[in-house]
Structures are given as structure tokens and as C-alpha cells.
Write a protein that binds this ligand. Sequence first.
Ligand code: ADP
Length: 398
Amino acid sequence: MKILVANLGSTSLKWRLFDAAGGSERLLHKGGFERVTDYPRAIDDCLAQLREAGHIRSEADLAAVGFKTVIARGVSGCVALDEAVVRAMEDYSALAPAHNPAYITGVRLFAARMPSVPLVGLFETAFYQWIPEAAQRYAVPESWHAAGIRRWGFHGASHKFVAERSAELLGREDVAERARRLYVDGGASPVRDPALRVISLHLGGSSSITGIRNGVAIGNSLGMSPQSGLPHNNRVGDLDSFAVPYAVRALGLSIDEVERQLCKESGLKGVSGVSNDIRDIDAAAISGNAAAARALDLFVHEARRWIGAYLVELGGLDALVFTAGIGENRAELRSRIAAGLEGFGLKLDAARNDTVRGAEGEISAAGSPVKAWVIPANEELVVAREVQRFLQSGRRPG
Ligand code: ADP
């Protein structure tokens, strides 16, 4: 069963093709285009590459195209991307302006180009369907909550992969199986004691931290929109809600301009004044730029606050996991974020930490009761798996 997973940006199309036969997935092909101006043509070129590589004769050989969709009103989980769901994504475009419009346009173009191929979305909110109610609520009037003003959580595919893989690495096949089957049975598959407690740090262009108990999320640092939680590349992270009306009145900004600045001129870029890329910010900090150093300090500080929150909620910890561009590649930030946690049972191994880069590896010291790992993000694989399950469960689209 060949499943194409398409990653859609406003001017980019990246893809991975999996052969997902019999419960195991094999990556057949990956590629992508940046600076896309003609999206329909980019889709055609993608199909041409898959044909030339001998993986498909035509799009009819694709069992489905899977998408890591972000958020839609009243929809989560793994679902057929019919027009009603796409309209529900449109309803929430204002919450994810950097993500939803690109997916909406892209999904419609895929639908026009290959009307007989099922299009299936795994929403980034899906991993948080079972978080406790207290972790979903904001303290707003009930009418606001009913209107969808609540914590959703994002990066679900990434944190779900960490839930599965960390359990495998820690020798807890029971928990790995529960995590793998989560979207099938809602976490009903049996696990033994003691509970496995993991904190997953997805640190990249967007960053989020999730507490995971026995393979199931208990919460996520991202709330209603991908502009919350930790500071992101150019998006704000947590901000007191009263700062927005204050900025409108005191700085004389329109609400659209406030939105733009919180979404494009804030986060690491806003604080550092240097760049939205940690590599540039780090280089600037090393050469003495105080604002760049401040941005890094803020990032580390916020990450540690969320670790503290989940450490308490989980009642201790078995493993701390770093993933995504920063988590996989920036050893010095990992060591700053995990510093001084010996009292909680975690001791990093400096040499191991310095060596692990862009690959899976343990970074805790031998004998550290709490383990620390780098697990490279594998979101497309999670999408391919869930799309395969979706098709096999008979919930066929259309
Ligand atoms: P996105 O959320 O856009 O997928 P990534 O997970 O690729 O982003 O993370 C992007 C961030 O990770 C960038 O700010 C960059 O600083 C950092 N990063 C990515 N790759 C590397 C690398 N090979 N070496 C160092 N830093 C990296």
C-alpha cells in the first residue's frame, strides 16, 4: 500500500512516499520543492519524480495522500479531507495563519488533480484528545469555551512518535504498543506498573513540550494556537492576554498589525533582533550580542518552566527526550535546558551530549536513574501509519 505524505508550506511542497504494507512502513522516496509559485505544477512534478523513480505508474497506484493538517473547528484525529473538513480548517485559519491556508489551498489542488485518490489528514491536535479537562480549559466564560477558546495542543505527530520510540528504547513494549494503538482504541491497551513517565521536547522552528504518561499525552505547552507556549522562531509564545488590547490602545496598532507582529516579528527573532534561526542567534551571542544572548536565555527559561510543570504532574520522570531541529542538533542548548536536574535523578553525560547530532542517541550519564535521549522527529511516518490504519479500518473517505 503506497502512501504519499505531503508537507505543505505556503511556498513549499515536500513529500515522502511510504510502502505501508503489513504493519511496517518502508520509506521509498523523499523530495521537495522550495519557492513554489505554481502549486499545480509542483504536484505534477512530484508525481513525475515518483514515476521516474519507478515507484508508481500513475497516481492510481497511491492508496492515499496523507497530510499533517494542523487544526479545524470541531474536527480532530485522522479523517478524510472532504470539503466539509476543509471548510472547518478555514474556520480556524486565523488561529494558524502560517499553516492552515497553505494546507487548505494544497488539499484542494490535490483533490482537483487526483479526484479518485483518498486524501486523509492527521490533525496535529489529535494526540491531545485524551488530556485531562483541567489541561484543556482556559478560565474564560463557558460561552467562550463552547466557541472553541481552549487549549488544543499541537505537534501531535512528533510527540506521538516520541511516545512510541522512547517506550521501545526504555524496554517498555507494553507502553509502546499502547502509544501505537492510541488512535484505534483511545489508550485502552493494557500496560503494567510502574507507569512510564516521559517529557518530550520538540524544539525547532516551532517548539512545544509534552508530558506523556504510559504513551498518552497529559498536556502540551501549545494552547489554542501555535503562537503560545515557548517562544518560536518568529512567533510569540505565551503572552498575557491583556497585552493585546493594551498594545492596540497604547501603541496605536491596529488589531491586524498586532497579529502580524506577534506572528512574524516576535519569538526568537523579535527578542534577538538578529534572525529567526538559532544558528545565527547563537553565533551573534558568542560574538557578544546581548539581545541574542537574551533570546537564548528566554528560550531555555521557558523550556525549563514546562519541564517543571510536567515533572510535577507526572510525579517524577523516566526519560527526557529532545527532538526536532534544535533538539536534535544543539548540544549546548540541551545541556542548558537539562542543567541542575541531578536532584530529580537526571545527569547528562557531557561527552555523549556533544557527540549526538541529528541522530538517535542517549545523552544521559551511565547510571543516571532518569534517562535523556535524542530521538529524531519522524512525523511523516506517524502520518503514514495512521492513514494506513484509517484505510484499513474501513472508514474510507467519500
Ligand atoms: P521546523 O519547525 O520549521 O520544521 P526545524 O525542526 O527544522 O523547524 O528546526 C529549525 C531550527 O532548528 C532552526 O532554528 C535551526 O536553528 C535549528 N536547526 C535545524 N537544523 C540544524 C542543524 N543541522 N544544526 C543546527 N541547528 C539546526
